[in-house]
Design a protein around this ligand. Structure first.
Ligand code: DGP
Length: 114
């Protein structure tokens, strides 16, 4: 997808601090961290947002969540937990139109969101 920032990150055109990569996904630190731990897990397949996920993508979603959990534990969030967020479209405050899971941890977060 030509103008997608996350596709450019996947292709290596835009550098990031990588946490994990395989054929299906990439995990990397957020450029604007909102917590001591803040990373993103994205599929390499360009899926615009959660509303666009097809039934045959559900195994991929499972893999993304599994990696989000594993990396959160590796980064020290296993005991106290973390927040796993998927912003979707304009009401969900999504700014990058490529599906991504935010993982935020390392501090007490507030709820509900503003
Ligand atoms: P969202 O609002 O859910 O679409 O969040 C997109 C996130 O992507 C936001 O927290 C900042 C992050 N982000 C955007 N561009 C870049 C980039 O070039 N590098 C990295 N590491 N993160 C980025």
């Amino acid at each position: 997808m030509g103008d997608c920032i996350f596709c450019k990150i996947i292709s290596g055109e835009i550098p990031v601090k990588k946490i994990y990569e395989n054929d299906d996904m990439l995990a990397f630190h957020d450029i604007s961290p909102q917590a001591p731990v803040h990373f993103l897990v994205i599929p390499k397949k360009h899926i615009t947002n959660l509303m666009e996920v097809k039934k045959n993508d559900t195994p991929l979603l499972g893999k993304l969540l599994d990696k989000a959990q594993e990396a959160a534990k590796e980064l020290g969030c296993g005991e106290k937990g973390a927040r796993f967020v998927i912003n979707c479209k304009s009401d969900g405050a999504q700014t990058v139109d490529h599906l991504h899971i935010h993982v935020l941890g390392g501090r007490q977060l507030a709820w509900p969101p503003g």
